[in-house]
Design a protein around this ligand. Structure first.
Ligand code: PLP
Length: 395
């Protein structure tokens, strides 16, 4: 794929008709190295966040070998990665996908009900009887704290039922694990402290030995309206939380970051097709890469890349509208841009790498992107400092 120094260089050289995904593999590699250095266990990339071959390649190159997959198509795709260990962490799976996963060598599964446990046991039983090599993670529903996308409503088990499920799972699993998800884009580490405490209480109640502990995803990235605590504070909180738990000294830890590994590794470069007041009509939107901006109110950083910045020029708030005929195709922002933006300009919208291209569909005939590799820094980064949290990226 073509490499360019920046989105500015791209637009200086051509005027793309389609929206462009600017991929920064070096940013995802840096994030992966950070997690591999700081997390005291397996770092399993949540494949659903972005399965671009360039980003998967960068994660692999940085040393990521564990992948959290949510569906059979993801699993079959990830199974082609040499030496990859896959974890099928969707708590509700079809029987055929459990069977196929087991055939493909997957041994890690999550579950949050006795029915799912029964399905897993039945579908992995062979001619020699029940499988003896299952690593089964009971998904606990923990209360979200400070997360942008709560995830405890649909999946997870709690209270006495969770303790019972831990006991039943222990009886059939070669290795018993507990897992949870604090919610995506969790801004403060106390969410993990509280979750680990909740999980610990259930483990004590159940009186089971837990071999594996998976703290899930939820690690934050930075956006124009979201400046989370530094990632090192999350790691410190997790270390301290685990120290207090009644788990084996050598419990095997795992985390499943999606957003934190890829969010800052992609930008979207869009064209302004109309300006009406401070509303910009652009060529991608809610049904494309900007789903989270439209439906969850994320404010991605934005900058004008088709004309040089005039030093000191005042930035004003803009709303954006996507290209489809639907009036929910609206990104309220505010996106801060020079007041002179006009039809024909191009805008770089940064930090869309997590759940951007992964969600984009083809409604109204859109959803087709050009792609380039960008060599410059992401618009915002969590990783240019270990200790002081988010900062404007250099360069
Ligand atoms: C089971 C599981 N693990 C990991 C993730 C990744 O979460 P995040 O992108 O917030 O790190 C998700 C996201 O939905 C998930 O459902």
């Amino acid at each position: 794929m073509e490499k360019l120094p920046s989105a500015v260089a791209l637009i200086a050289s051509r005027k793309p008709d389609r929206p462009v995904l600017g991929v920064r593999p070096h940013a995802t590699a840096r994030a992966a190295r950070w997690f591999l250095n700081r997390f005291p266990g397996d770092v399993a990339y949540a494949y659903k966040a972005n399965s671009s071959v360039f980003l998967i390649g960068a994660l692999y190159g940085a040393g990521i070998r564990h992948f959290d997959v949510a569906s059979l198509p993801e699993l079959e795709d990830a199974a082609t990665i040499p030496g990859a260990e896959l974890h099928f962490m969707h708590p509700v799976k079809s029987r055929s996908s459990i069977r196929r996963a087991y055939e493909l060598g997957v041994r890690s599964f999550s579950l949050d009900s006795e029915d799912e446990l029964k399905k897993i046991v039945e579908e992995t039983t062979g001619s020699k009887g029940p499988a003896r090599d299952l690593k089964l993670f009971v998904r606990i529903a923990v209360r979200p704290k400070n997360s942008r996308v709560p995830l405890e409503k649909k999946f997870g088990i709690s209270g006495a039922a969770a303790a019972r499920l831990l006991v039943k799972t222990r009886q059939v699993a070669a290795e018993l694990g507990a897992t949870f998800h604090v919610g995506s884009q969790t801004l403060t580490p106390d969410a993990y402290v509280a979750a680990l405490d909740e999980v610990n209480q259930l483990i004590v109640k159940a009186g089971v030995v837990v071999d594996r502990l998976d703290v899930g995803g939820g690690f934050p990235s930075c956006y124009a309206d979201s400046k989370p605590a530094p990632l090192s504070a999350f790691m410190d909180a997790i270390d301290a939380g685990i120290d207090k738990m009644a788990v084996r000294e050598d419990v095997r830890l795992m985390c499943e970051p999606g957003r934190a590994l890829v969010a800052e590794a992609e930008s979207l470069i869009v064209r302004v097709d109309a300006r009406r007041g401070n509303d910009l009509y652009i060529n991608d939107g809610a049904y494309g890469t900007l789903f989270d901006a439209a439906h969850l109110g994320f404010v991605f950083p934005a900058r004008l890349v088709s004309r040089p910045e005039i030093p000191g020029e005042t930035l004003v708030p803009f709303e954006m509208w996507g290209p489809t005929c639907d009036s929910i195709d609206q990104m309220k922002g505010p996106f801060m841009l020079p007041g002179t933006v006009r039809e024909g300009d191009y805008i770089e919208i940064g930090n869309v790498g997590a759940y951007g291209r992964a969600i984009a569909g083809s409604f109204n005939g859109y959803g087709i992107y050009d792609e380039v590799i960008l060599e410059d820094e992401p618009m915002l980064t969590m990783y240019d400092t270990d200790t002081s949290g988010t900062r404007e990226a250099r360069g």
